[in-house]
Design a protein around this ligand. Structure first.
Ligand code: TXA
Ligand code: MG
Length: 345
């Protein structure tokens, strides 16, 4: 299959019409969103959604997120409550995914047999317009091969999906850079299953009772059941071995300079540290306190490291607070919990 890559804005009516027709007819389309690129299919079409799992090489027990154009469209596919609409007023459209009890219209191939469905209303105007034109909700996981870093540009999608899908919509680089915040809710409580740009602190402004699933920062214990199936897989991982360095206990710059003399490694340093290096391979992550920029660059840099063919990547151990929790969560998965200097020294 030839894969077409088409540059789009929300005003590219004829291209979006073609993409919508592909979705309606059961094909898969690469779609820009504000978080990461998605691999979209008609959420009402069982076989189309099964094809997502094939194209990604995704384990069958890891359910998909269903994307809708307006928060109230959740009524077609799930049983909502008042808390859902409070969250919608504050965060939708935007990078928040809410898990709700599903209605029968959503096939099991979307939810991997669970009786809940994950719902997200994307803010990216191309994604939002496409869903509107398609007239059906769009099931879309991140458009990477399973286990690889999520794609934040159309080129990343092309590298992973070339020949397997008919169309990729190129809407430019993703604004956020990591996947949406995933929460499950009851009438009066929220449980964070995957951290993203919508933080615990922000959710706490809408609901008093917010808890964080232990899988967000820890490894699952043997035999422990993941509340969000995606949490149990090694994830976001480059081919190179990633190590996180706890800079409170190890001097990051001298440690990585020393390593660079002995092995072909890349160093994910802060922008302020660039001048301290000489001929080492650097992947600057952004300024030390610029969590937004660090989030935006993260997956692109992990992919770059592989393009450079390095065996090892060294990076600062991220903080766990606020928006940095999303970076921490992705990086501990990408490094399979290899932390030098230890989490607590
Ligand atoms: O930002 C995003 O959320 C992107 C863009 C494309 O929207 N999508 C994305 O999808 O990251 P994916 O499939 O890579 O991650 C979906 C996560 C997985 O960890 C999955 O286990 C969880 O959401 N999930 C989906 N449905 C669920 C459900 N019913 N219960 C619990 N977790 C669920
Ligand atoms: Mg994913």
């Amino acid at each position: 299959m030839k894969t077409e890559v088409l540059e789009v804005t929300e005003k590219s009516d004829s291209i979006l019409e073609r993409a919508a027709e592909l979705i309606r007819s059961g094909a898969l389309v690469g779609i820009p969103t504000e978080t990461v690129y998605g691999l979209g299919a008609n959420a009402y079409n069982r076989d189309a959604c099964l094809n997502i799992f094939k194209a990604k090489g995704r384990p069958a027990d890891n359910p998909l997120i269903v994307h809708i154009a307006r928060p109230e469209d959740a009524e077609n596919i799930a049983y909502t409550n008042a808390l859902y609409y409070k969250l919608a007023v504050r965060f939708m459209p935007g990078p928040l995914t809410v898990i709700l009890p599903k209605k029968d219209i959503i096939p099991d191939s979307v939810t991997a047999g669970l009786d809940t469905v994950a719902i997200r209303c994307p803010a990216n105007p191309v994604a939002n317009r496409l869903i509107e034109i398609a007239g059906v909700p769009i099931a879309a996981p991140s458009a990477n091969k399973s286990g690889m870093p999520s794609p934040t540009s159309a080129v990343h999608v092309y590298n992973d999906m070339n020949g397997e899908i008919p169309m990729i919509l190129d809407g430019g680089e993703c604004e956020v850079g990591v996947e949406s915040t995933v929460i499950s809710i009851t009438d009066d409580s929220i449980m964070l299953l995957r951290p993203g740009q919508v933080t615990v602190e922000m959710l706490s402004e809408v609901c008093e009772n917010v808890s964080v699933s232990s899988a967000v920062i820890e490894e699952l214990k043997p035999g422990e059941k993941a509340l969000s199936p995606g949490m149990k897989y090694k994830h976001y991982a480059p081919v190179a071995n990633l190590y996180l360095v706890n800079g409170e206990y190890i001097d990051f710059v001298s440690f990585t300079k020393e390593k660079s003399t002995k092995e072909k490694c890349a160093v994910m340093c802060y922008d302020e540290e660039i001048a301290l290096y000489e001929k080492e391979i650097l992947l600057p992550v952004g300024k030390k306190d610029d969590i937004k920029e660090q989030t935006k660059r993260l997956f692109n840099l992990l992919r770059k490291a592989d393009e450079l063919g390095v065996q090892t990547i060294y990076a600062h151990l991220p903080k766990k607070e606020g928006a940095a929790l999303a970076i921490y969560n992705r990086m501990i998965r990408a490094c399979a919990h290899r932390i030098l200097g230890g989490e607590n020294g």
